[in-house]
Design a protein around this ligand. Structure first.
Ligand code: FES
Ligand code: FES
Length: 247
């Protein structure tokens, strides 16, 4: 952080979607407000402004965070990726050098050779050819949205969750928390619902969201049953959260 600061503001440089921005920000500003009001990146949404809904989710240093709970000044020097920049993640041109791009992403054993820098198994080097990240493409393919208000946060959260799974991180429903999960391909619908439980969807598009995340994960749905088992859809029975995944 620059020494040029007063009691209430700071001059900082933010790196967002691969671009640097020199800003004077109120020390109390949240990253969500800075992205939306200062940089006019309005993809991240303000749902609750209290860390409850996940609509404001962006990636900082490769990890998903609630930008409404994050002070902007704490993100100086980090790679910030919002929904506007996720497509470039797939070809490594944005947010590179993040935790998800350190060479530990992809499948747990790193042998599939096609995993994207953020751990999404669907990337094969042509991921951004249509201007979309593989997770964005999967959301479209599976109707993982209705009004779209929650969707930027859902997609950023899914990318972060897949990076966590690629590194083997367990969730509350992982059978062996010490062993973790066997990469993204080992994710089950139950794992996806738990890991996405911090992102609410008022339209109840959970069924498509789970299917989309599983597809982007390259999950073996044949082994674990259908991505969206009958009777699991809807706000009460699908991705509806019991607790938030680690962030
Ligand atoms: S707006 Fe940040 S969690 Fe709801
Ligand atoms: S698609 Fe409308 S809130 Fe999720």
């Amino acid at each position: 952080m620059s020494l040029l600061h007063t009691a209430s503001t700071s001059e900082i440089t933010l790196r967002v979607n691969g671009e640097e921005h020199h800003l004077t920000v109120d020390n109390r500003s949240t990253l969500l407000d800075t992205l939306r009001e200062e940089l006019r990146l309005t993809g991240a949404k303000k749902g609750c402004d209290h860390g409850q809904c996940g609509a404001c989710t962006v990636l900082v240093g490769g990890e998903r965070i609630n930008s409404c709970l994050t002070l902007t000044v704490t993100t100086e020097g980090r790679d910030i990726v919002s929904i506007e920049g996720v497509a470039a993640l797939a070809d490594g041109t944005a947010g590179a050098g993040t935790a998800a791009g350190t060479g530990t992403a992809g499948t747990a054993d790193g042998t599939d050779g096609v995993a994207a820098a953020d751990g999404t198994a669907a990337a094969d080097g042509t991921a951004a050819a249509d201007g979309l990240h593989p997770v964005q493409r999967a959301f479209l393919a599976h109707d993982g949205l209705q009004c779209g208000y929650c969707t930027p946060g859902q997609i950023c959260s899914a990318i972060g969750a897949l990076g966590e799974a690629a590194r083997g991180w367990p969730s509350r429903v992982t059978g062996d928390p010490v062993a973790g999960v066997a990469g993204t391909a080992g994710l089950t619908p139950e794992e996806v619902r738990e890991r996405m439980s911090g992102n609410l969807c008022r339209c109840g598009a959970y069924q498509g969201i789970v299917a989309a995340v599983l597809e982007a994960a390259g999950a073996d749905r044949g082994e674990h049953g259908p991505a969206t088992p009958a009777g699991s859809a809807g706000p009460a029975g699908s991705a509806a959260p019991s607790r938030r995944s680690p962030r």
